[in-house]
Design a protein around this ligand. Structure first.
Ligand SMILES: [Zn+2]
Ligand SMILES: [Zn+2]
Ligand SMILES: [Zn+2]
Length: 311
């Protein structure tokens, strides 16, 4: 069943992009949907990961979006995850790289392991990249420039740090711009941002990590209204999901809470919402689970790897 679903998603994802034949629209493609630690998770011998250990088709990469402009052949990724090796490969299959790694830039959300440690593969033990632009907020840039092994990437010129300022648009090329949005989330080392990505026709919101919607200065519903697709924090499905931990210490909007909050939105607004960044304990990782069915029947979706949104 799951294999069939994957094929359907692939077929939809591989459909023609909108726009003229001479200038195809840029698009967003999902390269991963799991929480920082991936799925299955290291050391997990519990039921949540058993099927995924047994069947590689059930595994999921760490949450990551790519922005692709097939007209200019440019590619950017939002977050450098521990799964960057596989994710660059996925990207190469969609839009062949010019050079290695063939990235016009990497945009970083924050300094938690799933979101930046993939940078290590740009260093001389691996790709030995030359001058890949890495867009980051001020504390994130300081963190990278001031701590090994990351500072070595800066010193050797593998990466070139580029500034981001909250709420300030950065033009990636003539057709694509991104805006970082500060969000409340544990800031041990760095600020935390999500991104709004705008193309010539459409825009996408990406908020992979946030404490709770009501702890944010922005009203999430207003941001959803202003975009075409919203990839939102779906780390946990419901409270009590990790019995061994006090879940108030690792706050995220539970999918069950988000569905309740967004229940009164019109159907076309709910249809924009696609949950991403799922923890290994999240039952909605299995498309056949009751949790995943509940998400779908409420008019929302769980993000799928390789799904595309034209910009
Ligand atoms: Zn995360
Ligand atoms: Zn598990
Ligand atoms: Zn985080």
């Amino acid at each position: 069943m799951f294999a069939i679903l994957s094929i359907i998603v692939l077929l939809i994802g591989a459909g023609p992009v909108q726009g003229s034949a001479t200038e195809p629209d840029p698009f967003i493609v999902v390269l991963g949907i799991a929480q920082d630690a991936g799925y299955p998770q290291a050391g997990c011998k519990r039921e949540c990961c058993a099927a995924a250990w047994g069947d590689p088709a059930r595994r999921r990469h760490v949450s990551c979006l790519a922005i692709v402009d097939p007209h200019t052949h440019q590619r950017w990724i939002i977050d450098a995850t521990p799964d960057i090796r596989a994710q660059l490969r996925m990207l190469d299959a969609l839009e062949p790289p010019t050079g290695t790694p063939g990235l016009a830039g990497i945009l970083l959300t924050h300094g938690h392991i799933g979101h930046y440690t993939g940078l290590m593969f740009l260093g001389h033990e691996s790709i030995g990249a030359k001058g890949v632009p890495v867009y980051a907020m001020p504390r994130m840039r300081e963190f990278l420039a001031g701590n090994g092994p990351w500072e070595q990437l800066v010193r050797h010129g593998n990466i070139k740090l580029q500034p981001l300022t909250a709420d300030t648009r950065v033009k990636l090329n003539e057709r694509i711009a991104v805006t970082p949005l500060r969000v409340p989330h544990r800031e041990e080392y760095t600020e935390v941002v999500g991104f709004r990505i705008a193309g010539p026709k459409r825009s996408v919101l990406f908020i992979p990590d946030i404490d709770k919607w009501d702890r944010w200065h922005s009203r999430i519903e207003d941001l959803i209204a202003a975009v075409d697709v919203a990839y939102l924090d779906g780390t946990f499905y419901a409270d009590g999901e990790i019995p061994s931990r006090d879940m108030s210490q690792i706050p995220h909007p539970f999918i069950s809470e988000s569905m309740k909050r967004f229940a009164t939105l019109p159907a076309e607004e709910r249809a924009k919402i696609r949950f991403i960044h799922l923890n290994h304990t999240n039952p909605a990782l299995d498309p056949d689970s009751t949790a995943a069915r509940t998400v779908r029947s409420a008019g929302f979706a769980v993000a799928n790897e390789l799904e595309r949104t034209p910009l």
